[in-house]
Design a protein around this ligand. Sequence first.
Ligand SMILES: CC(C)(COP(=O)(O)OP(=O)(O)OC[C@H]1O[C@@H](n2cnc3c(N)ncnc32)[C@H](O)[C@@H]1OP(=O)(O)O)[C@@H](O)C(=O)NCCC(=O)NCCS
Length: 324
Amino acid sequence: MPYAKIIGSGGYLPPRVVSNDDLAVELAERGIETSDQWIRERTGILQRHLVEQGVKTSHLAVKASQIALDDAGLAASDIDLIILATSTPDFIFPSTACIVQAELGAKNAAAFDVQAVCSGFVYALTTGETFIKAGRAKNVLVIGAEVFSGILDWNDRSTCVLFGDGAGAVVLSASDEPGVVGAQLNADGTQMNILAAAGNVSHGVVVGDPFLRMDGQAVFKFAVNSLAQSAHEVCEQAGVQLADIDWMIPHQANLRIINFLGRKLGIDSSKVVVTVDRHANTSAASVPLALDVARKDGRIQPGHLALLQGVGGGFTWGSVLVRM
Ligand SMILES: CC(C)(COP(=O)(O)OP(=O)(O)OC[C@H]1O[C@@H](n2cnc3c(N)ncnc32)[C@H](O)[C@@H]1OP(=O)(O)O)[C@@H](O)C(=O)NCCC(=O)NCCS
């Protein structure tokens, strides 16, 4: 049975950088008070990248995918499956994965979206690995891409300062060498109300609330506890110790969550990849973006063991252990 190995990665952030100070000025014009100090101290976020009006998720996804394909040394026609994780698709349908397939010219690929909010990439990676192990795909493009700025209530300071836009992608390929060595996914729909954008379009009108709403403190506790448990379970499944992990790449929601988690697991902060300071929370894009940053800056080397973790709305959470 072949392994599924990450052979390339790419990341793309829209060029408009909005610092906390910039955001505080923009919000002040609407009569909403925030500050760089509040955002920095509670979240570790210093800035975020935001799209210009009208830029869609597929646009970011295509850019990240092209970089990942080049990095892998593959042509778009080599890809036989595209799995795109997003909560901010371009349309109700077709799937954003199909739009990306057309833009890339990946004419041999099946394509579908995965919806698991901030756990989306971990869900999509696990799905891609399963296709490869089953012999149903050889080269899978796994993407996390979001334009979260479009579902934020910019009058709600408790949420709008936390998120950013972006996309990350990896190419997962059948290999005789170990790649994904463990995967563990979870959901608890009874917790759906602590983080949701509970709206829809029906009969041509918005029904419900189209904006992201969150009980921040409940999410905080849930995230730390669920990711800690998931890390133990995936290590047990793969027969490795937490001490064997070279790099922890958790969902980038909040530096305080990441630090709590690292301490709870006894993983030294020097082994934890952090991008939330520069990217803010890009939901399904956060893990592949962070992975790409740490691969490209030379921290993650071939043979290293990386723990990728997602957590978010649903509630959903999970872990993937990858031998790079
Ligand atoms: C959102 C979060 C940063 C809020 O931090 P907190 O310490 O829980 O803060 P609280 O919600 O208790 O709010 C404290 C005060 O700050 C205020 N506040 C909220 N947002 C603010 C902002 N952007 N600027 C200034 N003040 C703000 C609140 O109104 C409240 O004021 P009050 O005490 O006068 O009522 C924190 O709960 C968190 O990070 N949660 C996890 C969120 C997350 O990661 N979600 C995504 C998971 S995928």
